[in-house]
Write a protein that binds this ligand. Structure first.
Ligand code: NAD
Length: 269
């Protein structure tokens, strides 16, 4: 594993425009369970998966019932959002923020809805599946802080008159067009993609590594994951660093700093 960490540090230093893709595995070390890992919510509770598929249609049908599951309220989603609300960034989140600060990573696209990348200091972030910390109007696309959802007056309403939902993108809900085009632009611009803690089976997110490589074999895709994924099995990733993101990513930062130490280094202190 150490050789691959060294290899990743070297590839990152040589890259022109490196971006990062992340998934739920990034935040398991912050105490937020993933969906499909060995201890994932759906691995241990199949009905939770079925309920998740109902969230968007519930909002369309009955926005008041949808909002019954606000953080602090009852239901699977309420409990999950409470865990998210208490979570803190882990060393993996801080390592990615450090790679951006050093100018090595230019952009990060996350499927996570927990807001932990921004909390750790990452700035150039696309939240592909939205965030629990905001509201979004599915009609006009405008967003507001979650605090605007007054518990005594649900559902919250947008200035355009429509009911608002969590900014979170539920199953069977389209990805907001602004987010979709930002992510695609970044995927087509990059020459290196570091893919961390995602099983890469949720679409259209999982298409981003494919889009990056299409007609550009020189684009490197590096995976950091506790287990092999769809990308590993299809040979889409150039290599897979098997391990925890909270250990591997700080290791990459350390290796990268060692390599760039000394006169002539272009990295900030
Ligand atoms: P997933 O559950 O399908 O896959 C997680 C992957 O990460 C698995 O391959 C697992 O082996 C790996 N993993 C788990 N812990 C790890 C660790 N410490 N280090 C390295 N790898 C680790 O997750 P996904 O691919 O992101 O797709 C699930 C969907 O659920 C996403 O759309 C996401 O929005 C949502 N989700 C978000 C959160 C969150 O915001 N933290 C949590 C659960 C689910």
């Amino acid at each position: 594993m150490n050789d691959l960490i060294e290899q990743a540090a070297s590839d990152l230093l040589e890259s022109r425009y490196a971006i990062v893709l992340t998934g739920a595995g990034m935040s398991t070390e912050s105490g937020i369970p993933d969906f499909r890992g060995p201890k994932g919510i759906w691995t241990t509770d199949r009905e939770a998966e079925a309920r998740a598929y109902e969230r968007y249609s519930l909002f369309l049908r009955d926005p008041v019932a949808y909002w019954e599951e606000l953080p602090g309220r009852k239901g699977t989603h309420g409990a999950f959002y409470n865990v998210v609300g208490r979570a803190e960034p882990n060393p993996g989140h801080y390592a990615l923020a450090e790679l951006e600060r050093l100018g090595v990573v230019k952009w990060l696209i996350t499927q996570n809805i927990d807001g932990l990348h921004r909390r750790a200091g990452s700035v150039n972030v696309t939240e592909y599946h939205g965030t629990v910390h905001k509201l979004r109007c599915p009609a006009c696309g405008s967003r507001r802080p979650l605090e605007d959802a007054a518990p005594e007056n649900l559902p919250p309403h947008c200035g355009c008159g429509r009911a608002m939902k969590y900014d979170v993108v539920h199953f069977n809900e389209p990805i907001p067009p602004d987010v979709m085009s930002e992510a695609e632009e970044q995927a087509l611009k990059c020459d290196l993609m570091l893919v961390c803690g995602t099983s890469a089976v949720v679409y259209p997110f999982a298409d981003l590594p494919r889009a990056a490589k299409l007609g550009r074999a020189e684009v490197k895709v590096i995976e950091v994951n506790a287990e092999p994924t769809q990308l590993t099995q299809e040979g889409l990733s150039d290599y897979h660093i098997r391990g925890k993101t909270g250990e591997v990513l700080p290791g990459i930062v350390e290796a990268l700093r060692k390599r760039s130490r000394g006169p002539g280094s272009s990295l900030p202190e």
